[in-house]
Ligand binder design. Sequence first.
Ligand code: GTP
Ligand code: MG
Length: 409
Amino acid sequence: DVTNSSFGADGENPLRIFVSAKKDINDIFVKVEKFVQNVHEFYRSYGDEFLTSKSKLQQIESSVSKIAGIRDVLSRNNMKVAFFGRTSNGKSTVINAILQNKILPAGIGHTTNCFLQVEGTDETEPYIEVEGTRRNIESVNHLANALNTESLGDSTLVKIFWPKSKCPILHDDVVLVDSPGTDVSANLDKCIDLYCLDADVFVLVSNSESTLMQTEKNLFIKVKEKLSKPNIFILNNRWDASALEPESLDLVRKQHMMRDTDFLVDELNVVAEDEAKDRVFFVSAREVLGARIEAGQGKPVTLGNYANGFEGRFKEFLDFEKKFEQCLSKTAVQTKFSQHTLEVIKMTSDMNQLLDDIFRQTMAMRNEKMNQIKALKDRVNYIKQQFHILTNEVKHQICHLVKQVEHKV
Ligand code: GTP
Ligand code: MG
């Protein structure tokens, strides 16, 4: 049974894997930064004695600034999901359903006219940023008006900063990118390069009332050309429409499933046949959004407002969220942290090498000093010996002289 509590998005949270990995890696980098700074300080204070070239000091200095740079990048790292599909398929509604609130403007006709990136802010009020300029937003309607200006071309990126406290998924470092319809935007190619090549997951929001169109496919073929193995999910949205024709529901589902699987497995070659079932879902974003808004207001969800089969579609949306969050978290950890981890391993081993070199140099200097001391000792002994011989000789001569004098006397 779908209970009221399940209209939220709580339970086991795969996104936490990324969030805690990010924290752990940051902690490691703080330690490495301290270690490298210590090596730097040590090297500088003993520098003149050990340094034959300045290059090692420069190497340490560049490591210090590199680590600061990596820590900065790490702190801004997030998990990015980009949504594409034809106009009115429900891209903005899907994002709102995930955010559990009507944030992005959605409606019939061509609604989203530029790229919208939703991300979390620690501030309490939302704001937007257009080409680096910040504008405060008082309400969701205000946001719709702000976005509805002629001046925003379809290749503009508007960043929407929404309070993390109001949206759990934004709290977990997820960034969602909404796009204008694949059939109406002429600049999608350029925009994929600009805003989406670093996306960890791509979601194709398709319309289950019609069929996967070539324009939608072309876009994902382009994505595949640029990224060797993109993570792609297909959402057959508006599946509530199937409730009106229960007799053809199974058949239509099978048809979509086959077409979507062919696309992912044979045409794009991004997943194996047995994995495709975890990439294709049949949902109704409008129903999920409606139910979540009701649940968020503490009202009981009025099941009568939804078409037959609502609970199954709702569960399928939850399943989609779980699978895409797992994929997102795993990919983001691999792509965003593994390179930095390798870099830091190399850096600490270089530092160890430097310290080893210093140790060897110190030992060599110590040995050299020991040899010098020994030579000095030998010399002192020699002189002492000479002095002894000389003293005896003088004594002997004096004795001899004394005797001679006595003799004459
Ligand atoms: P553009 O921004 O114009 O590209 O469209 P979009 O893909 O963002 O679609 P949007 O989310 O604006 O939804 C278009 C219309 O379809 C809205 O009126 C939504 O309420 C409606 N809609 C979205 N999802 C569903 C759904 O699952 N079922 C039904 N019946 N309607 C939906
Ligand atoms: Mg839209």
